[in-house]
Ligand binder design. Structure first.
Ligand SMILES: Nc1ncnc2c1ncn2[C@@H]1O[C@H](COP(=O)(O)OP(=O)(O)O)[C@@H](O)[C@H]1O
Ligand SMILES: [Mg+2]
Length: 504
């Protein structure tokens, strides 16, 4: 047999489309040509595969070797195809039985010595090959990641020789068993019980969690804004399996080393610095990689010191905030990454940070304050449902305040309120579309009239009005009440303090 086929997988966003490696040996001057890979990748792959084969004791066929990776229009960068290419050459030259390749997929980079190196994106490959009922052979260093996929048969190998031994039926390859931890791991370090006082901010955090609303904390330094924000993942409902697999797939393709067991079903919390580039935040690059907003999928994106971020970068967030995904366009194709995150932002009330502090140390003028608050991207602020002030607490009071309620207790209420929303409308209140919102948040004629007067008085926009309805609905859900009432509306109005800046 001088023609062999080996199955492997490419990486396209969080998808892993099937790639067929065809290897053909023919008479002629010894040469190796690789069709379908960019030139630099071809050269590196050729060199690695040749050395790996020779160093593993195989013959490198003195023939004309033509290798084709099909389909032609898939991204084919990187060393992920090394193992499949090496096996293709071995099968075409009769050094492994071609029949043994059937029903298998292979992924992994080779070292010159023939060891298998880990590659990014193994989890999406495993999920897909499980659907196709194939056995997936992965590098041993990727076994932890592959173990998150319970629907595929994955086998781990450390070297090319282990793989060929397995194909000859001489040795076994350890089956990667589904090693998901049964319980969700919670970082004990971050519990809401640590936050003392700040009842209004805690309440807003609970509402944000319950309805999936975005939230902005405004307050001077040291009042616990960062502390509060980092505790949001711990009060959100536990992740569903599907969500967890998507989140893990994003980590997988980002190529960042992760403790898969520790991270499984833990909602991400990402806090990119305000100097982060647009690409770091939303994703991109020559070989598109997911950005912070995708790494925060199913979790929380925290933007501290919001006015410090460049407006241009913040404006890019608007689209994913609405759609829950980010599309990165390239000349040849566009790639979609998931980006369904909850946004928490924090900012000081003024340039010096101490506006409203009882010490009176703030000397910022009204104009400076307006400019500072106004420099934040208006369209982004407009997508943040809840604005809440986090006032300074005198140190003595902070000391005396008893520990707050634990995250576990708050999470119970959040879960109950979420369930109300899912049963009623199949999505969170934050995710309600216009028509759904009007249907779900119906007010009595009295309350409707009252709210209109309040809106007029506070000079809120139509958008602000809609946000108030949704927040009021979440407050009612936390209470377990069917009818959105006056008390809910009044509380909700209190969370739109920044609206006056949005209009100017
Ligand atoms: N309400 C609070 N309860 C307990 N500790 C607090 C509180 N507010 C501030 N602290 C303490 O002050 C430190 C700074 O808080 P941080 O959340 O970073 O403030 P901010 O982000 O508002 O500047 C925290 O690490 C914590 O030790
Ligand atoms: Mg902070």
């Amino acid at each position: 047999m001088s023609l062999a086929r080996v199955l492997t997988r490419a990486q396209l966003g969080i998808e892993a489309p099937l790639v067929i490696v065809e290897v053909h040996l023919s008479a002629g001057l010894p040469s190796l040509s690789l069709v379908g890979l960019p030139e630099t990748a071809v050269k590196e792959s050729k060199d690695r595969v040749r050395s790996a084969l020779l160093n593993s004791g195989f013959d490198f066929p003195a023939k004309r070797i033509t290798i084709n990776l099909a389909p032609a229009d898939l991204p084919k960068e990187g060393g992920r195809y090394d193992l499949a290419i090496a096996l293709g050459i071995l099968a075409a030259s009769g050094q492994v039985p071609e029949k043994s390749l059937e029903g298998h997929e292979f992924i992994g980079e080779l070292t010159l010595g023939g060891e298998l190196q880990p590659v990014p994106g193994v989890l999406p490959c495993a999920l897909q090959s499980g659907k196709d009922n194939h056995v997936l052979v992965v590098p041993a260093a990727n076994a932890g990641e592959a173990s998150l996929c319970s629907s595929a048969e994955c086998r781990a190998a450390g070297t090319l020789l282990e793989v060929t031994g397995y194909l000859h039926g001489q040795n076994r390859l350890a089956e990667v068993d589904s090693g998901r931890p049964a319980a969700v791991h919670f970082a004990e370090a971050a519990d809401l019980a640590d936050v003392r006082g700040q009842p209004q901010a805690r309440r807003a955090l609970e509402i944000a969690a319950a309805g999936g609303h975005n939230l902005l904390f405004i307050g001077p330094p040291g009042t616990g804004k960062t502390m509060l924000a980092s505790r949001l993942p711990g009060i959100l409902p536990p992740m569903e399996e599907e969500e967890a697999l998507v989140a893990a797939s994003v980590s997988s393709i980002s190529g960042q080393a992760t403790d898969w067991q520790e991270q499984w079903r833990v909602r991400p919390f990402r806090a990119p610095h305000h100097t982060a580039s647009g690409v770091a935040l939303v994703g991109g690059g020559a070989t598109p990689k997911p950005g912070e907003i995708s790494l925060a999928h199913a979790g929380v994106l925290f933007l501290d010191e919001l006015p410090e971020y460049s407006r241009k970068v913040l404006d890019v967030l608007r689209e994913p905030l609405e759609s829950g995904r980010i599309v990165i366009s390239r000349a040849s194709r566009s790639i979609t990454f998931p980006a369904q995150f909850q946004l928490i932002a924090a900012m000081n009330p003024c340039p010096c940070g101490y506006f409203g502090d009882p010490s009176g140390r703030c000397r910022c003028t009204a104009e400076q304050i307006r400019r500072y608050q106004g420099q934040t991207s208006g369209p982004l602020l407009d997508r943040i449902d809840l604005h809440v002030e986090v006032p300074p607490m005198p140190p003595a009071l902070l000391q005396q305040a008893p520990p707050g309620e634990s995250s576990a207790a708050v999470q119970q209420r959040v879960m109950a309120a979420r369930q109300c929303q899912l049963d009623r409308q199949g999505c969170t209140n934050a995710g309600l579309s216009g028509n759904q919102r009007d249907e779900v948040c119906q007010l009595t004629a009295d309350d409707q009239a009252w709210l209109m007067t309040a809106i007029e008085h506070l000079q809120l926009s139509a958008r602000g009005f809609h946000r108030i309805l949704k927040i009021a609905r979440t407050i009612a859900d936390l209470e377990g009440t069917q009818q959105t009432g006056r008390a809910h509306l009044m509380e909700a109005l209190g969370y739109r303090t920044l609206d006056r800046y949005l209009q100017s």
